[in-house]
Design a protein around this ligand. Structure first.
Ligand SMILES: [Zn+2]
Ligand SMILES: [Zn+2]
Length: 289
């Protein structure tokens, strides 16, 4: 028997007397004393362990805790997100997907093309990612319906020199990723802007007036989009420059041994790719002085 909150084995069954007999408490002692989402049963204790929420209602259930948690991440940039106007067709598709999604859980296979692509690029790489979750569908629910629909809906010829992929994962229902060398990226921006517009009109997406577009990982919620500049580690500014970068409002990350990344985690939506990229480059050149 597993705890309904954190899915860990229950060590002792909790039984307490109720008005019409004994009530079985299907939660471990940690989860029993932790706030819980009334919709999916996930406890805040379980979230602290997994770092991922289980459904959009968790946001309301843990709102005070999440506000405190996100304050740390969001001190630099404010989210200013306007929800999209949702078409009747998108509403229909969302409803249809929800009806057909019960019981479906399939892994999507990611191609090796991405790894090959990255290896080919020695210098500056631009990376754009968009995350969206479909209203009413719990996280971790991966359905072929989404992936099939996406591959048909977004089938257009992409400019040469850029790599794009669309996938569904255990963190988010829809993830769109685009990679390109810096010099190829500028030419691809009109195409990307159109793709993002198409994607954002496909379904009714989870949106909360305080948190923006919701994601399974609450630190990813907000604009639901992330633009990064990735450079070789030997181009990274020294400690003074890194302090300048830290003040720029962009986030400096070291995802591996060979590269560092400057990215805007909490952008606004709609989103000006070209202008954000320019601000990032300005911050990098100031840091390099
Ligand atoms: Zn538990
Ligand atoms: Zn929940």
């Amino acid at each position: 028997m597993k705890c309904s909150g954190c899915k860990e084995p229950l060590t002792a069954e909790l039984v307490r007397p109720g008005p019409t007999g004994f009530i079985f408490e299907p939660y471990c002692s940690r989860c029993a004393h932790s706030p819980r989402c009334p919709h999916c049963g996930t406890s805040y204790a379980a979230f602290q362990k997994k770092r991922l929420l289980s459904c959009q209602h968790c946001y309301s259930a843990f709102q005070p805790e999440l506000v405190l948690l996100l304050r740390r991440f969001r001190s630099k940039q404010k989210i200013s997100v306007q929800p999209e106007i949702v078409s009747a067709a998108a509403q229909m598709r969302s409803r249809d997907l929800l009806e057909r999604s019960s019981g479906l859980a399939e892994e999507t296979v990611q191609s090796n093309e991405r790894e090959f692509f990255i290896k080919e690029i020695p210098g500056e790489i631009v990376r754009l990612r968009m995350m969206r979750n479909i209203h009413g569908l719990p996280y971790g629910k991966i359905t072929y319906n989404i992936v099939n629909f996406l591959s048909i809906a977004t089938e257009t010829e992409r400019p040469s020199g850029i790599f794009t992929q669309l996938y569904s994962g255990d963190e988010d229902h829809i993830r769109y990723e685009c990679l390109a060398r810096r010099q190829d990226f500028s030419g691809a921006i009109p195409y990307l802007q159109t793709q993002l517009q198409v994607l954002s009109g496909l379904f009714v997406f989870q949106f909360h007036p305080q948190f923006g577009y919701l994601a399974a990982c609450p630190t990813n919620s907000g604009g639901g989009i992330r633009l990064s500049l990735s450079l070789p580690l030997n181009a990274m500014p020294g400690s003074v420059g890194r302090r300048v970068l830290a003040r720029s409002g962009f986030e400096l990350r070291l995802p591996g041994r060979e590269r560092f990344e400057l990215s805007n985690r909490f952008s606004s939506w709609p989103f000006d790719i070209a202008a954000t990229l320019e601000r990032m480059e300005r911050a990098l050149s100031e840091a390099a002085w």
